[in-house]
Design a protein around this ligand. Structure first.
Ligand SMILES: C[S@@+](CC[C@H](N)C(=O)[O-])C[C@H]1O[C@@H](n2cnc3c(N)ncnc32)[C@H](O)[C@@H]1O
Length: 445
């Protein structure tokens, strides 16, 4: 690729928003995906990814020549593309819609969802995106989970979008006050590759999960745990837990306090261990569990499957609705999350927790199902699982998704099998980012 012959900056007129946090512009007939822009703007954008033969280029806005009325000052300097460009840097990722007023962010997300729905799912409908109840007016402080890299020198850092560069951070405004109060930026994490923090939405001891660099000595991990205590206990008002997670060996080591946090939703208690999945927005567990409960209206005695069930967030209210005459199959692939689910659902004799891949479990599952809920990872359920669920012929399917593209693709396959989109709710559970969460109800006419 003759990079040196490429123009570096382009003046562009910005068109529609595209899935993934980009906005579409054209330069001499070629599509350029521009970040940190807004539809209708005229900007100067710096190419970040371009090749003469490439079908499309990527660019970051570095100067706004004609601004959209929806443009606002970014709330966080390291993620502000304009300020970063002034320092000849890339902005950190994770707050790529921070230059857009919140109402317009939601309108853009609705338009993107509707476009994916139409293009991949074959369904034409407008999509209104709901803010979380009691969302803060500034859309900050919602993350109960945050993940950081570690810069040389041991300080917490984040990456720019599609870059290996590490930029140290001193705060994370999207993270809850409880996470920021830990002052983990003061800790020397030398010996760790990554640091993940979980601070339960309802309070209670936070957990700092250290992912060690290969070969890190246990003494170094003990030193990190002690430093976290010194920096963080005062801000947390209690002993902050620290654990080490080896993703290669799947080993979780307790360094201080517990290896898990306690969460609650709809009156049910959950323990979530180490790197186990839990919804990130402080309101997401209640918002999504209520949507599932109301949208599926499970009746006493019904046979239910909760697929991709994690620690059992949705299994518990589904089991409460099905009652002891019902049956709920709760399927989760990760052994750690499945162990949590077993503990969390111990009080429901009608629940059967199965650890394994959803497609494998469904292949060997015998017995009819009245209701199926699925909440797959970003990649979606895939054709096999869609066909397996469809063949089970439940009266209703609930589909929770964090990715409109994989959801719309799977919906297209469900529609081929005769299912229709009966109801759809889309939630802005990731303010200031391009992400969104949806809950769909599918039925066969
Ligand atoms: C988006 S999370 C949802 C978890 C849970 N429903 C919740 O809201 O807390 C997806 C879950 O699916 C699990 N998972 C991913 N692929 C899987 C597969 N093929 N089979 C079973 N579980 C899988 C992940 O470990 C993760 O816990």
């Amino acid at each position: 690729m003759p990079q040196e012959k490429m123009p570096i900056d382009l003046e562009l007129t910005i068109g529609a928003a595209a899935h993934g946090g980009h906005f579409v512009a054209r330069h001499e007939g070629r599509v350029v995906f521009v970040r940190h822009a807004l539809p209708g703007e005229r900007v100067r954008a710096r190419l970040t990814d371009a090749g003469e033969k490439a079908k499309f280029w990527r660019a970051d806005t570095v100067e706004v020549l004609e601004a959209s009325p929806h443009r606002v000052d970014h709330f966080w300097a390291p993620a502000d593309a304009l300020r970063a460009a002034g320092r000849d840097r890339l902005p950190v990722g994770g707050a790529e819609f921070g230059h857009i007023d919140l109402e317009e962010q939601r309108r853009i997300k609705g338009a993107i969802f509707a476009e994916q729905l139409q293009r991949l799912g074959g369904v034409q409908q407008d999509v209104a995106v709901e803010a979380a109840p009691q969302e803060s007016a500034d859309g900050l402080g919602w993350r109960t989970r945050a993940s950081f890299s570690v810069a040389p020198g041991g300080k917490l850092a984040m990456h720019p979008h599609r870059s290996e560069e590490l930029l140290p951070v001193q705060e994370m405004p999207l993270a809850s006050g409880a996470i920021n109060a830990l002052k983990l930026w003061e800790v020397d994490f030398t010996g760790a590759d990554r640091v993940e923090v979980a601070a339960p939405a309802a309070g209670g001891a936070p957990l700092v999960l250290v992912i060690p660099s290969p070969g890190t000595h246990p003494r170094t991990l003990a030193r990190i745990a002690a430093e976290v205590g010194t920096a963080a206990d005062a801000g947390a008002g209690e002993t902050v837990s620290v654990a080490a997670w080896d993703p290669e060996e799947h080993v979780l080591t307790r360094l201080r306090g517990r290896t898990w946090v306690r969460e609650t939703a709809l009156g049910h208690d959950f323990r979530v261990t180490g790197a186990g999945f839990w919804q990130i927005h402080r309101s997401a567990p209640e918002v999504l569990a209520s949507a599932v409960r109301d949208g599926l209206a499970v009746q006493p005695g019904e046979r239910v499957a909760d697929l991709f069930a994690g620690a059992g967030l949705f299994t518990a209210p589904l089991a409460a609705a099905a009652g002891e005459t019902g049956h709920v199959l709760s399927v989760e692939g990760s052994p750690g999350a499945s162990r949590d689910a077993r503990k969390n659902l111990f009080g429901f004799p009608q629940v059967e927790v199965v650890q394994g891949r959803v497609d494998k479990v469904l292949r060997s599952h015998e017995g009819a199902l009245d209701v199926v809920l699925l909440d797959p990872p970003r990649t979606g359920a895939g054709r096999t699982v869609v066909e397996q669920i469809s063949t089970a012929a439940p009266r209703v399917i609930g589909y929770i998704s964090c990715d409109p593209a994989s959801f719309a693709r799977d919906l297209g396959w469900f529609r081929e099998a005769g299912w229709e989109l009966d109801a759809l709710r889309v939630f802005d559970l990731y303010p200031h980012t391009h992400h969104m969460e949806s809950f769909a109800v599918l039925r066969r006419p």
